[in-house]
Design a protein around this ligand. Structure first.
Ligand code: SF4
Length: 378
């Protein structure tokens, strides 16, 4: 059986954070019932061939999935389980914004089979949360973690963002300490990126917000790896840290180039060779589905070379790296030749053990540069 996951994009938010480039809409919550009917149809219309796939993860992402109540999400989960073949144990995650939940609601999520929660805390300092234009304060983030534990979530992740203007290493370490004190099972620590098309991008362009130097971000990154490692959170991907056995099964599908299906506006799917993605504006998505047509906007068929390069690019993001034996046989010697060159340039930042190519923690700072050196042309 081929391990695979399902992603569902729920695109509603109470407010659009100024740094966010995910597809989401603020102030459109009254469309949720209509959207959920369309989503049901999106799943029914899917023609993806999933023979031999075994789904072991569902990820409810967004947007702010926690704007949708458990009784509205339950039919969606039931539909997925009746339509697809699932493993005995399924990791079912919901992303939660701390400003939108209480313990009762979290208990209801737990009761419909959601067994993993990802809490978008982002920071434990109110000034940072104001800068990020989040709708919640630090106290609400802490309460959300406690409420999720009380509601029975024993697989709990927190998101944090570093690299904010003026942030110091000491201040970031305090945030890490606060996170560790809350004892999540998993932490995602992202460097704030300024994406084109966001309000934050406009502010940076206008000189109203300054970005930290690359060296400062590198320092935050290495501080994070070292601090969390000392507290038993192992970095298993550039931005992700977990207690042993608590890695995100769903996200590993992406990084290991395993198949996944995506439903909802802007969601992507991949079958091991073809990648396709849905229309990314809600009105277009709804219109297409109303016409009984799958809401697919685009499709690409990866060449063998592109697949090899994806294996390298995603593999180097992970502690486990990638296995040279998983590279197509006719590409292997080319990759090995590039690897030999890269080892001269990057030295002990690259490790090779039993045909597995991995980067050291410091090396992961250079993952993109190393990947470019290893990738093949074609
Ligand atoms: S809550 Fe999340 S998805 Fe919504 S706008 Fe903010 S960062 Fe984006």
């Amino acid at each position: 059986m081929i391990k695979s996951g399902i992603y569902v994009h729920l695109p509603f938010c109470r407010h659009k954070c100024h740094y966010c480039d995910f597809y989401s809409l603020a102030g459109a919550e009254d469309l949720i019932p209509h959207f959920l009917s369309a989503l049901k149809q999106d799943i029914n219309l899917s023609v993806a061939s999933v023979n031999g796939w075994e789904f072991d993860s569902i990820y409810l992402g967004g947007g702010t999935p926690s704007l949708i109540s458990a009784d509205r999400l339950e039919p969606l989960l039931k539909q997925l389980h009746s339509r697809y073949s699932f493993a005995d144990e399924v990791e079912t995650t919901i992303e939660v914004n701390p400003g939108t939940v209480d313990e009762k609601q979290l208990r209801n999520y737990r009761a419909i089979g959601i067994n993993r929660i990802s809490i978008g805390a982002q920071s434990f300092l109110d000034d940072n949360l104001r800068f990020l234009t989040r709708i919640h304060d630090a106290g609400e983030s802490i309460n959300a973690v406690k409420a999720a534990r009380a509601a029975g979530f024993d697989d709990l992740s927190c998101d944090l963002i570093y690299g904010l203007p003026g942030q110091t290493r000491a201040a970031w370490k305090k945030e890490l300490q606060q996170a560790v004190d809350l004892a999540p099972d998993h932490l995602s620590c992202y460097n704030l990126t300024v994406e084109a098309g966001t309000e934050l991008h406009d502010l940076v362009q206008a000189g109203k917000v300054s970005q930290p130097e690359d060296d400062t971000n590198a320092d935050f990154f290495l501080t994070t790896v070292e601090y969390l490692d000392r507290h038993d959170y192992r970095q298993y991907e550039i931005s992700n840290y977990a207690r042993p056995g608590c890695e995100s099964r769903h996200n590993l599908h992406y990084w290991r180039i395993e198949p996944y299906l995506g439903f909802g506006p802007s969601a992507h799917s991949f079958d091991g060779r073809r990648r396709w993605w849905n229309r990314n504006r809600l009105e277009n998505y709804l219109e297409t589905i109303a016409a009984d047509t799958p809401p697919v906007k685009g499709l690409e068929i990866l060449t063998d070379v592109e697949l090899t390069n994806e294996r390298i690019g995603f593999g180097l993001r992970m502690r486990e790296g990638f296995n040279l034996n998983a590279i197509a046989e006719n590409h292997r010697s080319l990759v090995e030749k590039n690897l030999a060159q890269a080892q001269i340039r990057f030295g002990d930042k690259i490790n090779v053990e039993d045909k597995r190519v991995m980067l050291s923690a410091e090396g992961r700072l250079f993952a993109e540069q190393v990947a470019v050196e290893l990738m093949i042309e074609g």
